[in-house]
Design a binder for this molecule. Structure first.
Ligand SMILES: [Zn+2]
Ligand SMILES: [Zn+2]
Length: 369
């Protein structure tokens, strides 16, 4: 079967022929891959910034955002059946007995760092025709979401962040959710940094949770992303037009900042205008560039005097995937055209070079098999 694989030692990325995997345990499931999303992580792996093949293999099959159809199941599989559409999880637990996170099926909080990740770290990914995996990592997706389910994995970033924002905001008695996960209409002003797929999906998740949402991004409006932002009832603010201070003036008390750019300089500028009792969430992974000057006294003073919480988050556990599947259903009901417009191109696997090495274009580009 064909696959896109990186060979870090030889610094090559190629369309290769690999043996088709077979079921190895009674809980294994075989998937026919339907869609694979391409993101910055794949491009960085193909620039040899990271990405580790499985031990004993020179190649790593890339691809971590995926949608598959179950075509074969092991003898004891009970969570999925043949014909189901599934989105597999990416991260797999370490095998240390004392890693309480991994032993609790929350490898997204792994303590040891010895987790593996499909398509990224020591485990082949999904940019291929057939994969075999344990049923416990499968998340069943309704047929109605077939065309957009490739967005589930990037949406889990926002879902895990939101869950933690709710947990932090529970410290505010007037803001305590009347029911778990449901926000009352206060302490609900959010800024999303960046209008890529992670930012736009985050903006949709914040809108569904009833946040007044501002997306702060570079390009002046109108543009396709600003149109999409307006279509979901959020506000688009261009950093080419409005400074960080002007953004703060428009938002009012900035209760939540959801960072989705990987740009540390911009993030720390915006942190200076985070509101009282505000929560700042980092989701981006910046490349290591030269150090920059940050006003640490101001940021530390505000963190104390304004009860601020600053945290980072990496995706994701089972519950978060389930939240993402549910919310993607809600998005498609509320904004069908906007959700579809997030997927800006579908390509055959043979187009991998343009997608991984060319100028990044559009919002979410997908390899469809
Ligand atoms: Zn990704
Ligand atoms: Zn672990």
């Amino acid at each position: 079967m064909k696959a896109v694989a990186v060979d870090p030692a030889r610094r090559s990325v190629q369309l290769v022929d690999r043996p088709e995997p077979a079921l190895a345990t009674p809980t294994d499931v075989k998937l026919r891959v339907l869609d694979v999303g391409v993101c910055g992580t794949d491009r960085e792996i193909c620039a040899f910034e990271y990405g580790t093949p499985p031990s004993g293999d020179a190649q790593l099959v890339i691809g971590h955002e995926s949608l598959g159809e179950v075509v074969e199941v092991g003898a004891t599989v009970s969570r999925v059946k043949i014909g189901d559409l599934v989105v597999p999880m990416v991260r797999r637990p370490c095998d240390h007995d004392d890693c309480r996170a991994c032993r609790s099926d929350r490898q997204d909080f792994c303590y040891t760092g010895d987790f593996t990740e499909r398509g990224i770290k020591m485990h082949h990914g999904f940019m291929t025709e057939v994969v075999v995996d344990d049923e416990k990592y499968m998340n069943v997706v309704p047929r109605a979401l077939r065309d957009v389910a490739i967005l589930v994995e990037p949406l889990t970033i926002a879902e895990k962040a939101l869950k933690q924002i709710f947990q932090v905001q529970q410290r505010l008695p007037w803001c305590a959710p009347p029911e778990p996960g449901k926000m009352p209409r206060n302490s609900h002003r959010a800024v999303v940094l960046g209008a890529g797929p992670v930012g736009l999906l985050g903006a949709m998740a914040l809108r569904v949770a009833d946040f007044d949402t501002f997306v702060y991004s570079r390009e002046p409006a109108p543009n396709p992303k600003s149109n999409l932002v307006e279509a979901i009832g959020a506000h688009y603010v261009s950093s080419a037009v409005d400074s960080v201070e002007q953004l703060a003036g428009r938002v009012g008390n900035m209760d939540v900042v959801y960072e989705a750019t990987g740009a540390s300089g911009l993030s720390f500028e915006v942190m200076k205008v985070l509101g009282t009792n505000g929560v700042f969430v980092f989701t981006g992974v910046p490349g290591r560039k030269a150090p920059i000057t940050v006003d640490t006294d101001l940021i530390m003073r505000d963190a104390v005097l304004k009860n601020q919480v600053i945290f980072g988050t990496v995706n994701a556990g089972r519950e978060t995937f389930e939240d993402a599947i549910r919310d993607l259903g809600t998005f498609t009901q509320r904004w069908p055209a906007a959700v579809k417009s997030l997927i800006t191109g579908r390509y055959p696997m043979e187009a991998y070079r343009d997608l991984l090495f060319g100028q990044a274009t559009g919002i979410k580009n997908v390899i469809s098999l």
